[in-house]
Design a protein. Structure first.
Length: 107
C-alpha cells in the first residue's frame, strides 16, 4: 500500500461520506454482502488484512497465546503484538499550535 496523506478532510464532507458508507453497511444482510460493501473502498488485499486483524483481536480476547494466534491467523507474533497495542492506543489527536508561536515579534 502506498503512503497516505495525513491531511484531514473537511469535517462536513467527511461526515457525509461516512454516513453514506454506514447506510450501505446497514443494508448488508450477511457476511458476503458486507464484504461486497467493503469492496466499495477496499482492495481484496485490504479486506484480507482486515479479516486477519479481526481474527487476531477475537483470539486475543479469548486469551489465546501469541504463538497459537500467529499460527491460526497466519501472521507473525510481532503482528499480533502490533494489533494488540494499537487496539489499546488512544486515538491520535490533531495537534493544536498556540498563537504565540505563530506571531512575529514587534519592536
Amino acid at each position: 500500500m502506498g503512503r497516505t496523506s495525513k491531511k484531514h478532510l473537511d469535517k462536513d464532507f467527511s461526515g457525509k461520506i461516512w454516513g453514506e458508507f454506514f447506510d450501505n453497511l446497514k443494508k448488508a444482510e450477511s457476511g458476503k454482502s458486507l464484504k461486497n460493501v467493503l469492496k466499495i473502498g477496499l482492495t481484496d488485499e485490504e479486506i484480507i488484512l482486515l479479516e486477519k486483524r479481526l481474527v487476531v483481536k477475537k483470539l486475543l480476547e479469548e486469551k489465546i497465546s501469541y504463538s497459537e494466534i500467529s499460527r491460526r491467523a497466519d501472521v507473525t507474533r510481532a503482528t499480533v503484538r502490533f494489533i494488540k497495542d494499537n487496539f489499546k492506543r488512544p486515538v491520535w489527536k490533531k495537534r493544536k499550535y498556540s498563537e504565540s508561536k505563530n506571531k512575529t515579534k514587534s519592536n
